[in-house]
Design a protein around this ligand. Structure first.
Ligand code: DLL
Length: 432
């Protein structure tokens, strides 16, 4: 089922024409109204009318999170404040937050996109949607909320936290669809168990999870534990919030809504645009945003794009599940390690729980990686010898995949901090 079949299934040629028209408009608008973009384009010797084809986008300068920070809070807005009706912000780990704004039309667009996304993942007016993304400055809560109302589903705005109450609401209100981060979904499952409630006794059918990287193995784990269908949703505040891309029931990549966002994949080192199918950093240009149009935003998210048609009938490009952020990549003795690589290995080993931490430290001049792994209650109460064997097996598997020496520490069930939002997977003691 589609929310907006005309847009979602638009033939490629028409879609590209629409994108080009909107790209040109956006470039003219930022050049006219945002000094930052005008200065950068002037410095690069490029004028708005130099953009004549979609490929010409490569001549435009990139925008980074630092550009947003340097123009904190409202310096990149392309409309007067009197036209801005909502502000969100994304905290990040260091320094000032990045601030984003929306006009009335931007909010309309966002709501439509979220309606599209929810419908794509199977939600209807009969769905009981419990929205456990945080409400507030974070875009997850309100973004999902308005989309869910738009499709006339029943929305429970439970926001993040108070997990026992979340479970009670699910049970009493008959929640059919849960929206939250994948790590929070796992935490909810644990609390259900503590409360003696089996997910099978609930009406829960599906979950729409995002806001943090999660692997295919993690999807299988969540689907098996909760007995639901788990969909991946992608987005970021700087572009609009959730609703940039979402999986259809094929679950073979996330359809990125190209009538509003133009994606590119670049080599994160050289900045060069890579051909379709290549893996690299996702760069997005907004095509319809009014308050905060963004040109070639470097997301830091690593993925690839697939322009082949999808059997669901949607023509929009599919982005591969995000493997991780280039910021989350840790380099241990010259080898690149992503938490997602560790996650995939761990979840393939029976007796291991989907809760883990990567601890990076420097011993003398050498970097060391220690992986903390939670084991199941049953395994933990086994003989010491069996635990030792499990530890060795995990180490062997991790070392085989990562190609570096790794220490493994098996920790007690429930000893790694649970998250109600984005999970923290890395503690880098070298930076402390
Ligand atoms: O996380 C928006 C969002 C809310 C998306 C709810 C999905 C659901 P930010 O806080 O600005 O916005 O964080 C954006 O989160 O650049 C990615 O690194 C990461 N991220 C978001 N969705 C996914 C996903 C929201 N499905 C940053 N898979 C992005 C992997 C994701 N990473």
């Amino acid at each position: 089922m589609y929310w907006d079949a005309e847009m979602e299934c638009m033939p490629r040629e028409e879609l590209d024409q629409l994108k080009l028209r909107r790209l040109k408009e956006t470039v003219f608008r930022v050049y006219a109204f945002v000094p930052h973009y005008r200065d950068k384009m002037d410095a690069a010797g490029i004028k708005p009318y130099d953009i004549q084809t979609l490929e010409d986008i490569k001549y435009l300068p990139f925008t980074t999170k630092q550009d947003l920070r340097d123009n904190y809070p409202f310096g990149l807005f392309a409309v007067p404040m009197s036209d801005v009706v909502r502000i969100h912000s994304s905290s990040g780990t260091t320094g000032k937050p990045t601030v984003v704004g929306y006009t009335k039309k931007d909010l309309y667009t966002w709501t439509e996109l979220m309606a599209r996304a929810l419908t794509c993942a199977g939600a209807t007016r009969h769905s009981m949607i419990q929205n456990a993304y945080g409400y507030g400055l974070f875009t997850g809560g309100l973004g999902v909320h308005y989309g869910a109302e738009r499709i006339c589903a029943s929305v429970i705005p439970s926001s993040g936290g108070n997990t026992k109450r979340q479970v009670m609401l699910m049970q009493d209100f008959g929640t059919t669809l849960i929206t939250c981060t994948p790590s929070y979904a796992l935490y909810m499952y644990e609390v259900m168990q503590e409360m003696g409630i089996s997910p099978r006794d609930l009406k829960l059918k599906a979950g729409i999870f995002g806001a943090e990287p999660w692997t295919e193995s993690m999807r299988r784990d969540i689907e098996a534990r909760l007995g639901i269908d788990a969909y991946d949703i992608y987005g970021l505040s700087e572009i609009i919030g959730p609703g940039v891309a979402i999986e259809c029931p094929q679950k073979k990549g996330l359809h990125l809504f190209e009538d509003h966002f133009m994606p590119e994949i670049i080599d994160p080192g050289s900045g060069e645009v890579l051909p379709p199918g290549a893996e690299g950093e996702l760069v997005i240009t907004t095509l319809t945003k009014e308050a905060l149009p963004v040109i070639r935003y470097r997301t830091r998210d690593l993925t690839s794009l697939d322009y082949q048609g999808c059997s669901c009938g949607r023509s929009h490009v599919r982005m591969h599940k995000v493997m991780g952020r280039s910021d989350d990549m840790i380099i241990i003795r010259g080898v690149n390690v992503f938490p997602s690589m560790v996650e995939s290995v761990l979840l393939s080993i029976p007796g291991v729980e989907p809760h883990y931490l990567l601890i990076v430290d420097r011993v003398g001049t050498l970097d060391e990686l220690e992986v903390w792994v939670e084991v199941s209650e049953k395994v933990f109460s086994d003989q010491v010898k069996k635990l030792e064997e499990l530890g060795k097996l995990i180490r062997k598997e991790l070392e085989g995949t990562l190609g570096i020496g790794v220490k493994v520490r098996l920790v007690e069930p429930r000893s790694i901090e649970r998250s109600e939002g984005k999970a923290k997977r890395i503690i880098d003691r070298r930076k402390l």
